[in-house]
Design a protein around this ligand. Structure first.
Ligand code: GLV
Ligand code: GLV
Length: 319
């Protein structure tokens, strides 16, 4: 019988078409709402393959209920939502979607940085709410970006693509990473710094690091205290890399100038969350890789990786 594939969200039919030639494909029938856990479990019991979203928790107990499961492909570069150790122990292949989202996510990172520094979203509300009565010299005046110092925490592919953009803005680029990155140093002029040194020197601190046990709460009270009072914190990595209570305190006490946040401790963040009350916080709903082109490519890649495993071939993006 044909392999059984469960897709945890309604995705592009075109992306799914090749997979449907070789497998019985079932999709959770909503684009906007996450699959309920009991529905996921019901399908996982039968599934040879799962195509998952970063918002789906794929833990050991779910894997224990999925005896036929051979492959999980996550529609994201990050995979902290999946217990990869438990999957490995069961011989389940896990794939992500690196590379194809690098430039798109770097664009968003820079857009968020610029929007935060130049108060774009605040300015837009000002105009649309009819508050603009006269031009004035310091009206919605923000901070310069060009020729400032950018500190990148997590120098992977996306970090390098952000550094390339920063070069165009004449910025000095510092980076902190688990290991030194010769290519970034030589080709992008990025300078390695310890975490503390980066925090002390940067005008913009950009967090792109994956969420691991080592990076959880990396940005804590002490980290925000090390930052310049004029600095902006931009997070396009994962929300749980930040101690949000410490971030709120830093904003309240004006220990930093502002924050641009694409990711949050709890997603979706509640509209009445204290973080959202600050005018100097720009908040967007985890859209780093969300261009139509890139999301379609990511879906196609997930399907290709599933097909490879089901055919007994090596998938391109095996972790
Ligand atoms: C998005 O956050 C991703 O990991 O791709
Ligand atoms: C993305 O591909 C990254 O590793 O940053």
């Amino acid at each position: 019988s044909r392999p059984y594939v469960f897709v945890t969200r309604k995705i592009s039919e075109e992306a799914l078409a090749p997979l449907k030639d070789i497998a019985d494909v079932h999709c959770w029938n909503s684009e906007s709402e996450a699959v309920p856990e009991e529905v996921l479990v019901e399908h996982a019991r039968k599934a040879d393959a799962l195509l998952t979203m970063l918002s789906d928790k794929i833990d050991q107990s779910l894997l224990n209920m999925a005896p036929n499961l051979k492959v999980i492909t996550n529609l994201a570069v990050g995979y902290d939502n999946i217990d990869i150790k438990a999957a490995a122990e069961k011989g389940i292949v896990v794939c992500n979607t690196p590379d194809v989202l690098t430039e798109t996510t770097a664009d968003l990172t820079f857009a968020l940085l610029l929007a935060t520094a130049r108060r774009i979203t605040e300015s837009e509300r000002y105009v649309k709410e009819g508050l603009w009565k006269s031009w004035s010299p310091y009206l919605l005046a923000g901070s310069d970006v060009h020729h400032k110092t950018l500190g990148i925490v997590g120098m992977g592919n996306i970090g390098q693509a952000v550094a390339k953009r920063a070069n165009g803005f004449g910025m000095d680029v510092l980076y902190h990473n688990r290991s030194r990155h010769q290519e970034a140093e030589q080709q992008l002029g990025a300078t390695y710094a310890s975490f503390t040194e980066l925090l002390r020197k940067s005008d913009f601190v950009v967090c792109l690091t994956p969420l691991t046990e080592k990076t959880r709460h990396l940005f804590n009270k002490q980290a925000f205290e090390e930052m310049k009072k004029s600095a902006y914190f931009i997070n396009v990595g994962r929300g749980q890399v930040v101690d949000e209570k410490a971030l709120i305190e830093a904003l309240e006490n004006k220990e930093i100038a502002g924050a641009g946040l694409d990711v949050f401790y709890q997603e979706p963040i509640e509209a009445n969350h204290p973080l959202l009350k600050f005018p100097q916080v720009v908040a967007i709903p985890h859209i780093g890789s969300a261009s139509v082109e890139t999301r379609t490519t990511m879906m196609e890649l997930c399907c290709a990786n599933i097909m490879a495993v089901l055919k007994g071939e090596q998938p391109k993006n095996k972790l």
